[in-house]
Design a protein around this ligand. Structure first.
Ligand SMILES: CC(C)(COP(=O)(O)OP(=O)(O)OC[C@H]1O[C@@H](n2cnc3c(N)ncnc32)[C@H](O)[C@@H]1OP(=O)(O)O)[C@@H](O)C(=O)NCCC(=O)NCCS
Length: 400
């Protein structure tokens, strides 16, 4: 395949890691602030890759819910991790695609010759930043909200309601959603038990108390939201979470989570100069706009848009890491694109693992590259829907 011909200007990935993903409020990383989580993945990236922080030009951080755009907290984490003042810092918010978008921006900047080494990171402490507003702004210019344009109003719709819209508009049954959720749990539990995630997860010495002056630490090594023992019968008993008669439940929706991710990139030529072996290659990405009230269909537009640019079809892709915002939208996208289910989320998805919004893009990249290496496969795609009616997709190749 000419696409896979290696050139010095290729954008290559030197490291892709993530913290364990843990339950918001009740989970193992709940006491940690976003800057602490980000600091962990940044120091982990330096240690694991052997990169000299002084050669990193920019750290771009995907983060959705933090105050002040997360810039101060991100800069704090970057400085504390040992990056010099010459390493710049920026934050990106494309909702659930934020850290994936951070990678696209970093790669574009390197391709344009503006930079040569960058980190695309992501972080979210939903424990600290999701409540009580749940991602919906409380201060809104009322004439826009009241406008006849229903698309303007729909951007404010809670995500759970968009899941209900997709389920009812495209007849995705509760039974199918629960079956999909059950399989996500089974796959994630199997991957955890087999040690598959060890390669992508950075164990974290997590602060486990409120008092940062006299911290108590606990080592967190695994995603803690996975329920390998759940049954289809149990899932069927869960009440609809967003409307009385709906089909989206706590069992077939992504979880509210804490976590961070980081992806280190450069060109193939620079990687050789640094003496660091690439683990993957980034080929390109696409973003698509869809109706906000059906935001979950985003991947079904973004993925074909991306693949057609490379002359590929879904059949050419070995693994898809599709973010499981909800089982309803996941099933819609898989069916609409005609993807073989065996290629989708072979190690489970956000329903089982969790979905720390800003960190999710990097989590998917780490899981995708780990999966391609384990299976000895070549091409992979990550994709997710995002609030405000968008889909993001990116194409990667295995280099190991
Ligand atoms: C669906 C949602 C509201 C549930 O939140 P929650 O009520 O705090 O969730 P919990 O984990 O407490 O689960 C609720 C109940 O269901 C049970 N439950 C949750 N997942 C389960 C599973 N997989 N199997 C069995 N039981 C499960 C819990 O044990 C709990 O039971 P309890 O009340 O008896 O303790 C929340 O996860 C959510 O909003 N998810 C979507 C987040 C989102 O929009 N992200 C962006 C996407 S674009």
């Amino acid at each position: 395949m000419s696409l896979l011909k290696k050139l010095p200007s290729d954008i290559v990935i030197l490291s892709a890691i993530r913290t364990p993903i843990t339950k918001a409020v009740k989970g193992g990383l709940a006491k940690m602030y976003p800057e602490e989580l980000l600091h962990k993945v940044l120091t982990g990236t330096i240690k694991r890759s052997g990169i000299d922080p002084a050669v990193v030009d920019d750290v771009i951080v995907g983060t959705v819910l933090q105050t002040l755009g997360g810039q101060k907290a991100s800069a704090l984490a970057v400085k504390a991790a040992g990056f010099p003042i010459t390493t710049t810092v920026n934050t990106v918010n494309r909702q659930c695609a934020s850290s994936a978008q951070a990678l696209s921006y970093a790669a574009a900047s390197i391709m344009a010759g503006e930079q040569s080494v960058a980190v695309a990171a992501g972080v979210e402490s939903m424990t600290h930043d999701y409540f009580p507003h749940r991602g919906i702004p409380t201060r809104i210019y009322q004439p826009f909200r009241d406008a006849a344009d229903s698309e303007a109003q729909a951007v404010l719709m809670p995500m759970g309601l968009t899941s209900e819209n997709v389920a009812s508009e495209f007849s995705i049954t509760r039974e199918d959603q629960d079956k999909f959720a059950f399989q996500s749990q089974q796959k994630a539990a199997a991957a955890t038990e087999s040690g598959h995630f060890l390669k992508e997860i950075l164990p974290v010495q997590a602060r486990a108390n409120e008092d940062s002056e006299t911290p108590v630490y606990k080592e967190i090594t695994r995603d803690d939201g996975i329920r390998g023992s759940v049954t289809l019968e149990k899932l069927a008993t869960l009440k609809p979470a967003f409307t009385e008669t709906g089909t989206t439940t706590a069992g077939n929706a992504s979880q509210i989570s804490d976590g961070a991710s980081a992806v280190l990139i450069t060109t193939r030529a620079k990687a050789a100069e640094l003496g660091i072996k690439p683990i993957g290659r980034y080929l390109g990405s696409a973003v698509a706009g869809v109706p906000s009230h059906l935001m979950g269909i985003g991947p079904s537009v973004a993925v074909p848009q991306l693949l057609s640019r490379f002359g590929l079809t879904v059949n050419d892709i070995d693994i898809f890491e599709l973010n499981e915002a909800f089982a309803s939208q996941s099933l819609y996208c898989i069916r609409k694109m005609g993807i073989a289910e065996s290629k989708v989320n072979p190690y489970g998805g956000a329903i089982a693992i969790g979905h720390p919004l800003g960190a999710t893009g990097g989590r998917l990249i780490a899981t995708l590259l780990n999966g391609l290496q384990t299976q000895g496969k070549q091409l992979g795609v990550i994709s997710m829907c995002t609030s405000t009616g968008q889909g993001y997709a990116a194409l990667f190749a295995n280099e190991e």
